[in-house]
Design a protein around this ligand. Sequence first.
Ligand code: GTP
Ligand code: MG
Length: 327
Amino acid sequence: MASTELAERLLARDRAAVPDALNLIDDRRPARRDESFALLDRLQREVGDGGALRVGVTGAPGSGKSTLLDALVRALRRRERSVGIIAVDPSSPKSGGALLGDRVRLRSAAGDPGVFVRSMAARDRLGGLADATFAGVEVLCAVFDWVFVETVGVGQSESEVAGLVDTLAFVAQPAAGDLLQFMKAGIVELPHLFVVNKTDLGPAAERTAAELQAGLRLGEAPEDGWAPVVLRASARDGGGVDAVLEAMEAHRRHLEATGGLKERRRRGRIAFVREALVRRYGSYGIQRFGGREKLDERLGAAEGSSAFRLVRDVAREIETALAEACA
Ligand SMILES: Nc1nc2c(ncn2[C@@H]2O[C@H](COP(=O)(O)OP(=O)(O)OP(=O)(O)O)[C@@H](O)[C@H]2O)c(=O)[nH]1
Ligand SMILES: [Mg+2]
């Protein structure tokens, strides 16, 4: 199917077009890449800076991210909201979705056309969160009311996923003892809400929540004016799940009221392009291009292009600069 037809169907919120669109963005053949860029440019322009709530759900392995997502999906379906989910698979370089059933176990999604789940590889050949993950979010956001991205881990994956979503939720295990590590790594600065999960297991959750709350108070006042929220939940029993949803909605309202939404997405796109280019050409390449400032200027001036096309276009410019440097 041509990208123009795919774009029409996605913009008409036709869910049946989603798998074809995801296949297209995963296709590396040059002609298909051009189609894919055209599709993503159009989605970016026409979906604009509103649309689906984009929420990242992160946390240590086994903390209950998927179980929480399952509970959130149920709550959203009761409210007649549609949901798209990208589960980032940390293990396989190319999972093709086969692991999906094991990792995500979304019972709530079975047979429901209002829920779409896709598992994607964490890393592409160049390292970093796979480009397809970023593109997949754009596609799902055209069609669904809410889009979630589940990622495991502490460290780089958090900051990458933070650039991709409006709201970042961190799922913490009771008494995991991770808190100090997060603080050292600066992780506590990124999430907008912390969910201490498994409260059904006893009082440890209460302690962890109090510890987190105290730790967050030590940090600097957030520059976007949003004070991170600490919530308690039992994803398994559904306890506290509505409050999690409400906190996510409250954060979105905050972003809209302060103008932060547009700015956050703009910065997220620029960070994505910059990281992709630095990964590919190193700081030497960026230097040859004219340095970070020139790069940011170039990226800031390219509003109509999707981040993906921009990576390709600026990559060509950097290669020209490198060739000149060698001549
Ligand atoms: N008691 C209890 N167990 C829970 C709760 N939430 C999740 N679990 C259990 O914790 C285990 C891990 O849950 P998952 O939802 O798969 O955790 P995850 O964070 O998605 O794990 P990965 O995707 O592997 O990183 C499973 O055995 C769940 O049944 C909860 O609220 N209470
Ligand atoms: Mg999971």
